[in-house]
Design a protein around this ligand. Structure first.
Ligand code: SF4
Length: 240
């Protein structure tokens, strides 16, 4: 069974709770420093490389893979300790929820859609426009509009899906289908993933890259309709 912070007696103790808060803040700070270092040391293009002599390097967009690798690693570690999550291909209730992302995640998805053998951006602009006109969310997940990147019950951008999607999990697929408010989760994994997400977002800000929390479909539509946004963001401008 998953770890549950609700059942941890240490978390009923204010002193232990304060210790945990301090430890989380310290971990977020450490990850921020790591991200800042990577983004400031790694972004300068060398002569002859992409970005040399004009266009900005895409390194800050590519570096978001580090966050995704870390969240995937945390998920693997959690499953080794408590058993496999119930999540399977074709199980899509999470893809009907609001997905929060940061700018490099949106740009990575836009680049992935453009880099395929067939440029899929026009198709997805059309899907995103249709979704933005969808009716207001209903109560049950199955009546909420799905993410526009979900096609035939599969994620169209799975290799570059955001950290929020990688963090989504459950030990009970039936509870997801029933839209239960309380799902059986691995709270240690959730906390670890959120620490990484917060630290990395702060690292981007500290390195001079705007890093607001965005809603995936809204932000992706803007970026696909205006490719210049990515270059402007890479040059340190506020574009969202
Ligand atoms: S990006 Fe992929 S995994 Fe995430 S909500 Fe959209 S379809 Fe689902």
């Amino acid at each position: 069974m998953p770890n549950s912070t609700d059942q941890d007696p240490n978390l009923q103790d204010p002193a232990r709770l304060n210790q945990l808060r301090q430890s989380v803040e310290q971990s977020v700070g450490n990850i921020k420093v790591k991200a800042l270092h990577a983004l400031t040391q790694g972004q300068a293009p060398r002569a002859g490389e992409e970005g040399a002599g004009g266009a900005p390097s895409h390194y800050p967009v590519q570096w978001i893979q580090e966050l995704h690798s870390q969240v995937d690693l945390l998920a693997q570690t959690a499953q080794l300790s408590t058993g496999a999550f119930a999540c399977k291909e074709g199980c899509t209730s999470c893809c009907h929820a609001r997905v929060e992302v940061t700018p490099p995640e949106v740009f990575a998805i836009a680049n992935y859609l453009a880099a395929e053998q067939e440029d899929r951006r026009p198709v997805f602009i059309s899907r995103l426009v249709s979704r933005s006109a969808a009716p207001a969310p209903e109560s049950h997940w199955s009546t909420r509009p799905a993410c526009a990147l979900l096609v035939d019950n599969r994620c169209s951008v799975y290799p570059v899906r955001p950290a929020a999607c990688r963090k989504g999990h459950s030990y009970d697929a039936q509870a997801c289908k029933a839209d239960q408010a309380e799902l059986p989760l691995h709270y240690g994994f959730v906390l670890g993933a959120e620490v990484w997400m917060a630290g990395v977002a702060q690292g981007y800000e500290a390195a001079g890259f705007q890093s607001p929390i965005l809603e995936l479909c809204d932000a992706l539509l803007k970026v696909l309709q205006n490719p210049q946004m990515q270059s402007d963001w890479l040059e340190g401008r506020s574009v969202f």
